[in-house]
Design a protein around this ligand. Structure first.
Ligand SMILES: Cc1cc2nc3c(=O)[nH]c(=O)nc-3n(C[C@H](O)[C@H](O)[C@H](O)COP(=O)(O)OP(=O)(O)OC[C@H]3O[C@@H](n4cnc5c(N)ncnc54)[C@H](O)[C@@H]3O)c2cc1C
Length: 450
């Protein structure tokens, strides 16, 4: 490697590094941009305890990727492909490579990501640290189920290579390890073979939660991908649109790359109010209700509809927004209905409510979020105390229903809620690198650590 790889990394100004929800707003003491893996070990060694946190592309919604008044290590420039085998279908990439770039390389070779979240602008390191899930959770489990090996840089050991059968303890702690077990340098992932770039998609409207459940139970067997959009602002019965799809072998026209449009400025706070959101929900429902049942669509709009507008988070204005993603056990249907009623009564929920039934494939991750049950994710524009109070009311329902909150989306759950969501969280403690910490970690463990 060139000698420049060994030079001290430049210090860049700590402002401008936010999470996707842009709440909370914090300042960082410094951000270290690393371009070479070799820069990380000296950085960790020299750091004060609890002073650093790896940062990917900041697509986590709350404060999981923030380290208020301390420092970040920006890993997004560790973006080299290191090795690949397109016979066996695996790639090894540095942790800052994002899923969009991996897709560009693997799709023309007949391979796809084994699991993908709803945006492709996340790094490999970020996908592992949150053990992200996608529309195929009922089949494929989480991202961590497909990691063959990874390399971790820790302040007490320059590089640890780990995997499902090698240093398994630290591997399991790192999958869904919230970026606290060390800086991931590279990871090797198993890919999924595909025969074409299109998706055979069914679009099915439903008019009650019972109907949604029936559709998902019926579809999970034969469809690789299932997900629903839910109108959470209607009173009474829940209506929504159910999407199910499989990779298609049918030829699909070549897709021309284009730069998606961008939201150019922060919208005023009043833009998304009860009336505009109700109208958006109703419009979306009616538009999809009349769609053709079976269509062949490109994979990009199917998996990443939100990526078609850059910086869409600006529509929530300067005050930002919170995403609430929870899971409740399937037999806690009453809890789920109560949740929906509270959201609908509040009139605060937004346009983007996503509903999915998780499957039972277990992740190796100690703190992995998905578990069998129904998961709901939706945005709430940040209106201060009123928003925070509503989300606490929802937490109480989740607690009673034995559910959990997803840290990747969270900016405000209490230590009690964290403990209820992840009863095994203390098992992570021996694996945490003492030089690392995050805003979320300090918040959710407040009063719980000696
Ligand atoms: C539009 C949208 C849709 C989404 N859909 C889904 C979804 O369907 N399913 C889902 O699970 N999530 C979803 N997410 C959340 C997103 O996938 C996760 O928050 C993901 O972890 C973000 O990755 P990132 O690279 O931006 O990492 P960041 O947000 O910057 O960081 C996330 C975590 O990774 C750690 N980290 C980053 N790089 C490294 C590294 N090199 N070594 C160690 N730790 C590291 C950070 O410390 C932090 O703890 C969505 C987000 C958006 C904005």
């Amino acid at each position: 490697m060139q000698s420049q790889a060994k030079t001290t990394s430049p210090l860049v100004a700590g402002s401008g590094y936010t999470s996707w929800g842009r709440y909370p707003r914090v300042s960082h003491e410094a951000v270290f941009r690393v371009d070479w893996a070799q820069q990380i070990f000296p950085l960790l060694q020299q750091a004060a305890p609890g002073s650093l946190l790896p940062y990917g592309l900041g697509r986590s919604y709350g404060d999981l990727c923030l380290n208020a008044d301390r420092s970040l290590v920006d890993c997004s420039h560790l973006n080299r492909f290191l090795a690949a085998d397109f016979q066996e279908g695996w790639v090894r990439c540095e942790a800052g490579v994002n899923l969009a770039d991996i897709l560009k390389v693997i799709v023309p070779k007949g391979w796809f990501l084994p699991v993908t979240p709803g945006t492709k602008f996340v790094t490999l390191g970020g996908a592992i640290a949150n053990d992200v899930h996608g529309k195929n959770h009922h089949r494929a489990g989480t991202f961590g189920c497909h990691v063959r090996r990874l390399a971790l840089c820790r302040s007490d050991a320059e590089v640890v290579i780990c995997g499902p059968s090698e240093n398994q303890g630290i591997f399991n702690a790192t999958i869904g390890g919230l970026g606290l077990t060390g800086v991931i340098l590279w990871a090797e992932i198993q890919l999924k073979a595909i025969q074409g770039i299109g998706i055979d998609l069914d679009v099915l409207p439903f008019a009650s939660l019972e109907k949604f459940l029936a559709l998902t139970v019926e579809s999970d067997q034969d469809y690789e991908y299932t997900v629903a959009w839910l109108d959470c602002l209607t009173k009474g019965k829940q209506r929504g649109i159910f999407f199910r799809g499989n990779h298609s072998a049918a030829p699909f026209p070549k897709i021309r790359a284009h730069q998606p449009p961008k939201v150019p400025f922060d919208f005023p706070a009043w833009t998304l109010n009860r009336f505009t959101m109700k109208a958006l929900n109703a419009g979306y429902y009616w538009r999809n209700q009349h769609k053709k049942n079976r269509t062949l669509v490109a994979y990009d709009p199917f998996f990443y509809p939100l990526d078609s507008i850059r910086q869409w988070n600006r529509v929530y204005g300067k005050q930002g927004f919170l995403q609430y993603q929870c899971v409740v056990q399937e037999n806690s249907f009453a809890a789920f209905e109560q949740l929906m009623e509270l959201i609908s009564q509040s009139g605060m929920g937004s346009f983007l409510a996503v509903l999915k039934r998780f499957g039972s494939r277990k992740s190796p991750g100690l703190l992995s979020f998905p578990r069998p049950g129904l998961t709901l994710a939706l945005d709430f524009p940040m209106h201060g105390e009123a928003t925070l109070r509503l989300l606490e009311t929802l937490d109480a329902v989740i607690l009673k229903g034995g559910g959990a909150i997803y840290p990747a989306k969270d900016a405000r759950m209490s230590p009690a809620m964290f403990e209820a969501s992840f009863p095994a969280w203390r098992k992570l403690l021996p694996y945490i690198d003492k030089k690392l910490s995050s805003s979320l970690w300090r918040r959710v463990t407040e009063g719980l650590l000696p």
